[in-house]
Design a protein around this ligand. Sequence first.
Ligand SMILES: [Zn+2]
Length: 137
Amino acid sequence: MYHHSGNVAQRTAGSPTGVLEPQAPDTEAVFYQRCTWCGTAMYHRVLCPVCRGSELRTERSEGTGTVRHATVVHRNSPAARNVSLIEMTEGFVLRGRVMGPLIGIHSGDRVRLSTAKDPVRGEPVFQLVDEPYRAWT
Ligand SMILES: [Zn+2]
C-alpha cells in the first residue's frame, strides 16, 4: 500500500479510534464539544455558534491540527513566547503554544498535542510534526 502523505499513517497509528481511556489523565488530552444538531465542533462554548443549539456532547480530540495563526507575545512575559491558533483535525480552533524556535512556526504547519495543560499557564502545548529544518536540507 502506498500513502500519499505520512500524515495518514500517523493518524491511524496514533489514536485508538477515539475511545475514552479511563486510565489516561485528563491533562494529556484536549476535550471539545460537538453540536448534536449540526455536528459543528467547538471549543469551550455553551452554545453552538452555527445553529445556537445547546445540546453539545463532549468528545476527545486526537490531538493533531494545523497552525492557523502564529504570533509572538512579549507582554507580561520575561521572554517572548509563541501563541498560536490551532485548527484541530476535528474542526475546532483553540489557542495554545507551539514549542520550538519562534521564527520556525508558520501558518499551515502541522502540529500535535504535547501537553494538554501547561503547568504554568494551563494552556495546551503543541509540537511541530515536521521538523522545519530537516525538511529543507
Ligand atoms: Zn449546531
